[in-house]
Ligand binder design. Structure first.
Ligand SMILES: NC(=O)c1ccc[n+]([C@@H]2O[C@H](COP(=O)([O-])OP(=O)(O)OC[C@H]3O[C@@H](n4cnc5c(N)ncnc54)[C@H](O)[C@@H]3O)[C@@H](O)[C@H]2O)c1
Length: 319
C-alpha cells in the first residue's frame, strides 16, 4: 500500500513511517519542517516540503503520489501558541486537515488516520476515560482536534472515506523535541544530560498516561489496515497514571543505568520545583479497551523499558 504520512518528519510521524515501511508499505512524507527534521527520516523516503495549509501544494502532491492511504500527523502542537494565536492553530490544524481530506477524497484514498488527542478532548479525568466521555476541550488546540474529528465523521458519511481518529495519551520516546512546552520526558533528559536541574512545575502531582511512541506507531498501522466502513475513534494509552515526581525519579534511574552501561560518569543534578503552569490538567488517563478489543492493540512497552530506551537514545545522540 502507498501511504502518505503528513508530519512524517516529526516525532511520532517518523516512527509511523518506520512502522509502515517495516510492514512492507511504500511511504511518502509531507512536512513543512516547521518542527520536523529531514534527517529523522529513513534514507530513501521521499519528502515533499509542503505546508498543508497550502491547498494547491497539497493537491500537487496527491496528483504526483496518488496515495492509497493517509496518516495525518501534521499539526502545530503547542497548546499555549493556540491560545495566543487561535487562527494560526486553525490554519494548520483545521484548514490543513481539510485540504488533506479533500485531496484524499478526490484521489480515491481508501483509509485516513488522524492524530487526535485524548488529553485535550476529555479534560481532567481521575479514572481512565473511554471514548464515550463527552468532549470538553478548553484550548483552541483542543477545539481544533475535536473539530477535526467532526470533519472526519462528515467525510466518512458523505464520501465513504474510511476514517479513524486516534486519541493519543502523552506520547514519549526517541526523537521527541526537547525544546517544546510538552514532552516532559525529552525536556528532563535534555536538561539532565546538560548537567541542569529538571524543573518540576508546581507540586509535581500532575498525573498523566505515558505511552511509548512505537506502541502509538503500531496503533496507526492497525488503524490504516482496518477494513471497516465509516468513522471510528480509539483511545491510545495505557490507563496507568504516573505523576511528574514519579516520572522524574524513574527517568533519573533509567538514565543512571544507561550511563553506567556506557561507562560514563555524570553527576545528575537534583530536580528543582517551579511555579505551577496555568491551565495544566491535574489528571489525564485513557481507557484503551476499545482498540484492544477491536484491533488487538495493547501497549507492549512498559514505562520502565520505554524510559530506558528513550534515555539511551538521548544519551547517545550527537546534537
Ligand atoms: N506528542 C504527543 O504526546 C501528542 C499527543 C496527542 C496528539 N498528538 C498529535 O500527534 C501529531 C504528531 O505530534 P508530534 O508530537 O510528533 O509533534 P511534532 O511537532 O514532532 O510533529 C508534527 C509534524 O508536523 C509538521 N507540521 C506542522 N505544521 C505543519 C503544516 N502546516 N504543514 C505540514 N507539516 C506541518 C512539523 O514539521 C512536524 O514534523 C500531532 O497532530 C499532535 O497534535 C501528539
Amino acid at each position: 500500500m502507498r501511504v502518505l504520512v503528513t508530519g512524517g518528519a516529526g516525532f511520532i510521524g517518523t516512527h509511523v513511517v518506520e512502522e509502515c515501511l517495516a510492514a512492507g508499505n511504500e511511504v511518502v512524507v509531507v512536512d513543512d519542517l516547521s518542527s520536523g527534521k529531514k534527517n529523522n527520516l529513513p534514507e530513501g523516503v521521499p519528502l515533499y516540503q509542503v505546508d498543508v495549509a497550502d491547498a494547491d501544494a497539497v493537491q500537487q502532491v496527491f496528483e504526483l503520489v496518488r496515495p492509497e492511504s493517509v496518516v495525518h500527523q501534521a499539526a502545530q502542537i503547542s497548546v499555549s501558541r493556540s491560545v495566543r494565536e487561535p487562527s494560526f492553530d486553525a490554519r494548520s490544524n483545521v484548514l490543513g486537515l481539510l485540504h488533506v481530506l479533500e485531496a484524499a477524497v478526490q484521489y480515491g484514498v481508501r483509509s485516513f488516520v488522524f492524530a487526535s488527542s485524548g488529553g485535550v478532548l476529555y479534560g481532567d479525568v481521575w479514572e481512565p476515560a473511554d471514548e464515550d466521555q463527552p468532549p470538553a476541550p478548553v484550548s483552541p488546540y483542543g477545539i481544533s482536534k475535536l473539530t477535526g474529528e467532526y470533519y472526519l465523521q462528515f467525510f466518512a458519511r458523505e464520501y465513504g472515506l474510511r476514517c479513524t481518529a486516534l486519541r493519543y495519551a502523552n506520547v514519549y520516546g526517541p526523537r521527541q523535541d526537547p525544546h517544546g512546552e510538552a514532552g516532559v520526558v525529552a525536556i528532563f533528559l535534555q536538561r539532565l544530560l546538560a548537567g541542569e536541574a529538571p524543573v518540576i512545575n508546581g507540586d509535581g502531582k500532575y498525573i498523566r498516561d505515558y505511552v511509548y511512541v512505537e506502541d502509538v506507531a503500531r496503533a496507526n498501522l492497525l488503524a490504516l489496515e482496518g477494513e471497516w466502513e465509516g468513522f471510528r475513534a480509539y483511545n491510545v494509552g495505557t490507563g496507568l497514571g504516573t505523576d511528574v515526581n514519579q516520572l522524574e525519579s524513574g527517568l533519573r534511574q533509567a538514565l543512571e543505568e544507561v550511563l553506567r552501561e556506557q561507562g560514563r560518569e555524570l553527576e545528575l543534578p537534583a530536580a528543582s520545583y517551579g511555579p505551577p503552569r496555568a491551565g495544566d490538567l491535574r489528571s489525564s488517563l485513557l481507557d484503551a479497551k476499545k482498540i484492544q478489543r477491536e484491533l488487538g492493540w495493547r501497549p507492549q512497552v512498559t514505562l520502565e523499558e520505554g524510559l530506558k530506551r528513550t534515555a539511551a537514545w538521548f544519551a547517545g545522540r550527537k546534537n
